[in-house]
Design a protein around this ligand. Structure first.
Ligand SMILES: Nc1ncnc2c1ncn2[C@@H]1O[C@H](COP(=O)(O)OP(=O)(O)OP(=O)(O)O)[C@@H](O)[C@H]1O
Length: 250
């Protein structure tokens, strides 16, 4: 399988302190990869580099053969790399469908200028409905987004991100704040997105059990470096990973 997203020697230093060092990662087309690691390992920093919220001090990021190291967020999105929206970016008083339709409108090149009335297009509505169906919340299309349960809101976040069928979807702790019984449904949604659209999915995940059940491969970070990147079985058997999680000196 070929790589769709690669990092080469990524590093970040803040005030002379290295918080990420020499991270070289290769995400294969169509795989689900989970990024794990103890607190402070550098997961969020890596995620922010990939999404374009932070610039690296060293190294390169390549998407589908194009260097996107310094590319702004919107250009990455145009090239097919999209991160999930956060619940806080939903419009609670608009319906679920309207939220998804606005995301589709933006993808189609429209404006999200709320002071102007954005004319719904058939294409945007069709894209929105398809995304809601994929994540399994089509039945709530006409409900205000604010009235959804926490679990359904997380699904809506995913729907907003996939309206344009991105090549690569980045999910930042998709199960954060979810009750244990809601987690399997969301992981099923994530798997469905990959299976239906061939989307490559990279997610930061705290829950080891979720990562093991969902990911084709897991990348484990520790002290700002990439410790291991392999199948869940191989990673779990890796003594370096075991000692990182047990907090032993490396
Ligand atoms: N802006 C910053 N200034 C200084 N140090 C920072 C900054 N951002 C992150 N760090 C440090 O870099 C390290 C990695 O942080 P990061 O948030 O990427 O880790 P993480 O793996 O996402 O942790 P968590 O699981 O706790 O969210 C931590 O030691 C953190 O304190």
């Amino acid at each position: 399988m070929s790589a769709i997203l690669e990092t080469h020697g990524l590093g970040v230093a803040i005030g002379g302190v290295r918080i990420l060092s020499d991270v070289s990662l290769s995400v294969r087309r169509g795989e689900i990869m989970a990024v794990l690691g103890p607190n402070g390992a550098g997961k969020t920093t890596l995620f922010n580099l990939l999404t374009g919220l932070r610039r690296p001090s060293a190294g390169r990021i390549v998407l589908n053969g194009t260097d996107i190291t310094g590319a702004p967020v919107f250009r990455r999105a145009r090239l097919g790399l999209v991160r999930s929206f956060q619940i806080t970016s939903l419009f609670p008083s608009l319906t679920v469908l309207e939220n998804a339709r606005l995301a589709a409108q933006v993808h189609l090149g429209g404006s999200l200028a709320l002071w102007r009335r954005v004319r719904p297009t058939d294409a945007a509505v069709a894209m929105a409905r398809a995304a809601l169906e994929t994540v399994g919340i089509a039945e709530y299309a006409d409900e205000p987004a604010g009235s959804l349960s926490h679990g359904a809101k997380r699904k809506l976040e995913v729907a907003l991100a996939i309206v344009g069928k991105p090549a690569v979807l980045l999910l930042d702790e998709p199960t954060a704040g979810m009750s244990a019984e809601d987690v399997p449904e969301l992981t099923e949604v994530i798997r469905r997105v990959r299976d239906r659209h061939g989307t490559t999915i990279l997610l930061v995940e705290h829950r080891m059990d979720v990562a093991i059940g969902l990911a084709d491969r897991m990348a484990v970070m520790h002290h700002g470096t990439l410790l291991a990147c392999d199948t869940p079985d191989a990673v779990m058997a890796d003594p370096l990973v075991q000692s990182a999680y047990l907090g032993e000196a490396l």
